[in-house]
Ligand binder design. Structure first.
Ligand SMILES: Cc1ncc(COP(=O)(O)O)c(C=O)c1O
Length: 477
């Protein structure tokens, strides 16, 4: 089945370029329309061929696209339109033309019926392309340059926190936060059992002792109760992780921590834009950390940020990020620091990503709703439990749970249908370096054995959801 895009609409224009158009303009169209390709027409709107970002990459690499900045170099430009009637086009092409008997383009179809689908894909658009090119051409490709500060200001405004300190990735953001808070050997830091390993690694980098607690069956995150039970006089910090876009019980956890003089470092890597009691996650912690890895809601490729309301902590974070150097005296190292800086190139992409963050969040929520509708009649499928009103989760990657013994056959069948899925993280308690820091964690073990992440990106439309549903019905019914 194909999704038709009527030619009259401006939407269809997004998929069509003229053979005299510049390569830069075509790159932007291919990025913005989300298919990575465009149909090529002549001045008379006759279909000439198709061009993809891969064609352009090859032509940039061998220089032909520079010598001729229009499509003169491209085989499509010389094709005869009659050769490109829809039936002659490779069945697996995503973008398919509809032409009339005279070879004029009358419509565009997007056919995702056989396209390989990844579990996550960055949404990169012409805005990101322009700012990245600007940073590149300016020559400011390391960590100096205007985009770093702009990204820090824009992202911390998005979170609703005063200061942002951008760093090389989300893992070092967590490490830097703990170091700035003075966490070190002899200190205990509470982490949830179900998370990506970076959360606990950051504790171990400091020489502190992680204390792993189970997650709550409703939120999938640590709870105030689990934190309270694990707390000892040595507890110096807590790292609540907002897992798969679902906020932890962050208000009560923070209140408890404050009452005991314990620091809170929120791990918001997977939950940009989620809220608890009306406040965005990232506003609760003494320092809160975000990741901008390519599969994240906002991406810079690799990148991360610490955000905080404290001027003092922000100053420490900045010094520690930059080799411990004094900002006022060259090569004067106040303390042992790190090179955890982000580049101006990465920040350039990040600052334009922020403009579209709400669009991405709405799209992910829609994808999750489509899966819910398509899979709702399969008794073996469980959806994430609804959360009480004060929790406003976001969708990072759509999640479902299936019986543990059926998960592997399901994921294999999806793979054979060209659909990538992921199982949930392994519990930290089950992993060789970390088991010794854990108590009993039955909820995280059950979630880890049954959870599946489904493709969630701009490449997921009704057709893809239908393909996923077909696999689920076949394996689970
Ligand atoms: C919960 C969590 N914490 C931390 C990280 C680490 O982020 P990064 O990959 O940017 O180092 C990730 C991500 O990948 C994550 O999912």
């Amino acid at each position: 089945m194909s999704l038709a895009v009527p030619e009259e609409t401006s939407l269809a224009e997004a998929f069509v370029c003229n053979k005299a158009e510049s390569v830069l303009s075509i790159i932007e169209k291919c990025l913005d329309n989300g298919t990575g390709s465009c149909l090529v027409v002549g001045d008379d709107r006759r279909l000439i061929g198709r061009i993809s970002l891969d064609d352009i990459r090859r032509a940039l690499a061998d220089g032909t696209a520079i010598v001729d900045p229009t499509l003169g170099w491209h085989p499509a430009a010389n094709m005869i339109s009659a050769n490109l009637l829809p039936n002659d086009i490779d069945r697996h092409e995503l973008l398919r033309p509809v032409v009339d008997s005279t070879g004029h383009l009358t419509g565009v179809l997007i056919d995702r019926s056989a396209q390989p689908v990844q579990v996550a894909m960055p949404t990169l658009t012409s805005d990101d392309f322009r700012s990245m090119l600007d940073a590149f051409i300016s020559g400011w490709i390391s960590s100096k340059g205007p985009y770093v500060q702009k990204f820090e200001a824009d992202f911390s405004r998005f979170v609703g926190v005063k200061h942002g300190v951008a760093v090389s990735n989300g893992t070092v953001a967590l490490h830097l936060a703990l170091v700035a808070l003075g966490i070190g050997p002899g200190d205990e830091v509470i982490v949830p059992d179900l998370t990506f390993a970076a959360t606990i690694n950051a504790v171990l980098y400091c020489g502190a002792t992680p204390v792993i607690v189970d997650v709550d069956p409703v939120t999938w995150c640590m709870s105030r109760e689990s934190v309270k039970r694990a707390c000892t006089p040595q507890t110096k910090a807590i790292i609540p992780v907002h897992l798969y876009g679902r906020p932890a019980e962050i208000g009560p956890i923070t209140e408890f921590a404050r009452s005991r003089g314990i620091a809170v470092v929120e791990d918001c890597a997977e939950a940009h834009g989620a809220r608890y009691r009306g406040k965005a996650v990232g506003q609760f912690g003494d320092v809160s950390c975000f990741s901008f890895y390519a599969n994240k809601i906002v991406t810079t490729g690799e990148g991360g940020m610490c955000v905080t309301d404290s001027q003092e902590l922000a100053n420490s974070l900045r010094i520690l990020r930059d080799h411990g150097m004094s900002p006022d005296r060259s090569y004067w190292h106040e303390r042992v620091g790190y090179n955890y800086r982000i580049t101006n190139l990465q920040a350039a992409i990040g600052q334009s990503q922020i403009w579209r963050v709400n669009e991405v969040l709405q799209r992910n929520a829609r994808v999750a709703a489509l899966y819910r509708e398509a899979l709702k009649n399969i008794p073996d499928v469980r959806f994430p439990p609804p959360l009480p009103d004060e929790y406003r989760p976001v969708v990072w990657m759509a999640c479902v749970q299936v019986p543990a013994e059926k998960r592997l056959p399901l994921m294999r069948a999806a793979h054979e249908a060209n659909i990538e899925t992921r199982s949930f993280f392994h519990p930290l308690s089950a992993l060789p370096p970390y088991g010794k820091y854990a108590r009993s964690c039955p909820t995280s073990i059950e979630l880890s054995a049954t959870g599946v992440n489904l493709p969630t990106s701009r490449a997921v439309d009704e057709q893809v959801v239908e393909r996923v549903a077909r696999v689920f019905h076949r394996v689970l019914a």
